[in-house]
Design a protein around this ligand. Structure first.
Ligand code: NAG
Length: 320
């Protein structure tokens, strides 16, 4: 029943060389939309990203998402986290703007004040599952959606979406980045049945369509991406090492790429699927960072090592 969808690139039964060749048209698109650096622009013009996440237990995830957004080219990264997480996240980096508001009864209004100044939100890194926090995040997602701000949802943000799919249903400026387990939970919540794990392409397409063509990135051995119309596979070489935090690097990168692809008015390429291309670019970048970090650090590779590779990985993939 899915024979009519346009598959730009199939992972199955192809050799790696074919896969790389077949990803080339998408790479070409990504390269064409990367804005040149220019002294004429003012600070903030290349992306102000907001990360919604960070609680007492989890402070690393929002940090990795926020610092990755900066290293991919965002001008400013804001983190909206619970009070106790704020000093910890600030201590990791002087480069982030940290707002200790997420467990405040006024959280939605506090974040809303900043929304006019933000281009893209990432919801979920290090969020945890405390009811009060999730209730605030729900309000923040509704407020962002009302303003048409693109939103990347990961981690416990996906847990919230699985409880309340209406939050994201039909919002085509959303990108969901589930891992294997998160994907299964979402799929079950939205489609009411277990995933056919033998056919990633169909499953990802089906979930995207059931959510009203919201872009879905299923992270895995290959990353499978769909916007309800096309399905892309990113098979950029990574390594056998997957470290905790890698997903946060991805969500921060998707946010910057989404900002570029959706918001840039003078894009030289007419794109029918901007978020699909953005997600593909970010997946390729994350995998490339993993590959490069692994070349240097092997088994001891951590997300910090991957973040350090973002600049070179970006150049080698998109500016070569
Ligand atoms: C999603 O995309 C499919 C394939 O192009 C289309 O048939 C369907 O109408 C779209 N759904 C929405 C809600 O836009």
């Amino acid at each position: 029943s899915f024979s009519c969808f346009s598959v730009l690139e199939r992972a199955f039964s192809l050799h790696k060389s074919h896969l790389i060749k077949d990803m080339e048209p998408t790479f070409h698109l990504v390269r064409n939309i990367i804005p040149p650096l220019s002294a004429k622009k003012h600070k903030g013009q290349d992306g102000r990203i907001g990360i919604v996440g960070g609680c007492q237990e989890y402070t690393g995830a929002p940090y990795f998402a926020a610092i990755s957004a900066l290293k991919v080219g965002a001008d400013l990264s804001h983190v909206f986290c619970a009070r106790e997480a704020a000093p910890v996240i600030k201590a990791y980096s002087p480069e982030l703007i940290v707002h200790p508001v997420l467990d405040n009864p006024d959280a939605v209004r506090e974040v809303e004040k900043w929304l006019p100044r933000l281009h893209v939100l990432v919801v979920g890194p290090g969020l945890g599952r405390e009811d009060a926090l999730l209730e605030n995040v729900k309000g923040i997602m509704e407020a962002s959606r009302a303003r048409g701000i693109p939103v990347v949802v990961d981690a416990d943000g996906l847990w919230l979406v699985a409880q309340q799919p209406a939050l994201i249903q039909g919002y085509q400026k959303a990108v969901l980045t589930p891992n294997h387990m998160e994907f299964g939970r979402l799929y079950d919540a939205v489609l009411g049945g277990p995933v056919d794990s033998a056919d990633h392409h169909s499953s990802v397409l089906r979930l995207s369509q059931a959510l009203g063509n919201v872009t879905v990135v299923q992270k895995g051995e290959h990353d499978v991406i769909s916007d309800g119309q096309q399905v892309l596979t990113c098979s950029q070489e990574g390594s056998g090492r997957r470290c905790g935090g890698q997903g946060d690097l991805l969500s921060g990168s998707v946010a910057v790429a989404a900002g570029i692809c959706i918001l840039r008015p003078l894009t030289p390429v007419k794109m029918s699927s901007p978020l699909l291309v953005a997600a593909f670019g970010a997946c390729a970048l994350t995998r490339r960072c993993n590959h490069q970090a692994f070349q240097k650090h092997g088994r001891s590779t951590t997300t910090t090592d991957m973040v350090a590779e973002l600049g070179v990985a970006f150049s080698s993939l998109f500016e070569a």
